[in-house]
Write a protein that binds this ligand. Structure first.
Ligand code: ADP
Ligand code: MG
Length: 372
């Protein structure tokens, strides 16, 4: 990437921070930059060049942020858009928040019995997708890590902040985790969750953002909106063209404290994108960094040089379920899996003097710039 392009990307991205990945709705610098793969963005069957009106909203959700940009109009305008989006997001929050004690998931988690517990269709879908990713990745994506998340102080139990538990505590807590001890059952009239041990806790934090992005996309599709970009933290859905009449582009963030540094720019071609990263949510103790992503095999926070994994797929629920597990595996194993399964993934690995990008074969066609 030329220094000039890099500089302009950074300046641009700083303005549109969305979490682990950034989205860029306006990119004249990219499509106009010589030698930077401009042909990719120019040639995707998007002949429209006329600027469209843009509607943009953003707001807080799940302790993070969401945003929607529409090129064109939303029926009822931006206020109606906000109202409709909040309805969708609040519903999901009532279902899966582990911070709200009366959410569906919190009630299941605090249930002192192993009886089947009726759950909403949303929750059942998230659990099913998580099971699928968990099985595909040999258990490293594990939504039953809840007790460990709490033990390490990353959950709703804040009393342990900065606290490093002992090996004994970890082993004791691990007894209440394990995908094989959680069951999703479909019965007459709905779905049920069942745990083998009452103290088990399910944590859907890592798929909730992807699910919410899909739910917002379905809402916009239902309203006949053809051009949009949605992000819920690091989970992104897009369709059609940006207000500039160009494909939507997404910038994968450079994992440094400087917010908005860009590592590479991709054209997702209408597919979902999400990123898991260990560099934003962690605590430090005695010079060591403890990430909020845990390795269920050890009960410990991941401790390797891979700092983020970006996944492209058909739904944000799928990509969000896969990115965390691939992050647990680290770049070597994640890329092996991705190349065996033709999965587009992009990893950033910390090296002595910076970051190295590594991507699977299937990822290359989405890249517009960067990857240095
Ligand atoms: P990121 O912030 O990197 O995008 P997410 O917020 O999507 O990551 O997911 C991280 C959260 O997922 C953690 O805070 C924890 O609640 C939960 N979690 C941690 N480790 C695992 C794991 N191995 N499998 C499933 N969920 C996990
Ligand atoms: Mg995830």
């Amino acid at each position: 990437m030329t220094p000039l392009l890099k500089h302009s990307l950074q300046a641009l991205a700083a303005a549109v921070l969305v979490g682990a990945a950034l989205y860029c709705s306006q990119k004249p610098q990219i499509s106009g930059a010589p030698g930077e793969g401009a042909a990719v963005s120019a040639g995707e069957g998007t002949a429209a060049v006329t600027a469209l009106p843009a509607q943009e909203i953003d707001g807080p959700i799940f302790g993070t942020v969401y945003g929607i940009t529409i090129a064109g109009d939303y029926p009822g305008g931006a206020e109606q858009l906000r109202h409709d989006a909040e309805e969708v997001l609040n519903r999901i929050n009532r279902e899966i928040s582990t911070f709200a004690p009366d959410s569906e998931l919190s009630r299941f988690n605090s249930l002192a019995s192993t009886e089947p517990f009726p759950v909403s269709e949303d929750t059942a879908l998230m659990v099913a997708a998580s099971f699928q990713a968990g099985r595909a990745l040999s258990g490293v994506m594990d939504i039953t890590v809840g007790p460990l998340v709490d033990l390490w102080g990353f959950g709703h139990v804040k009393k342990h902040e900065g606290y490093v538990p002992s090996r004994e505590e970890i082993e004791e807590t691990r007894k209440s985790t394990g995908l094989g001890m959680l069951h999703l059952e479909y019965g007459y009239g709905g779905s049920y969750l069942k745990k083998d041990r009452p103290e088990m806790r399910v944590d859907l934090a890592t798929v909730g953002e992807g699910f919410a992005a899909d739910a917002l996309a379905a809402m916009l599709d239902g309203a006949g909106v053809e051009n949009y970009m949605i992000h819920v933290a690091g989970a992104i859905r897009s369709r059609g063209i940006s207000p500039r009449g160009k494909p939507w582009l997404i910038a994968v963030e450079q994992p440094v404290n400087m917010i908005g540094a860009v590592n590479t720019v991709i054209n997702p071609r209408g597919r979902a994108v999400s990123t898991a990263g260990s560099y934003r949510n962690y605590f430090e103790k005695d010079g060591r960094r403890y990430s909020h992503i845990l390795d269920p095999r050890t009960g410990m926070p991941i401790d390797h040089a891979t700092v983020s994994v970006t996944v492209i797929g058909d739904s944000a629920l799928f990509t969000d379920a896969m990115d965390t597990g691939l992050m647990v595996l680290g770049a070597d194993e994640a890329l092996k899996y991705a190349n065996e399964h033709s999965l587009p993934i992009y990893c950033l690995v910390k090296e002595k003097d910076g970051f190295r990008a590594r991507w699977s074969r299937a990822f290359a066609k989405y890249m517009i710039t960067g990857g240095q």
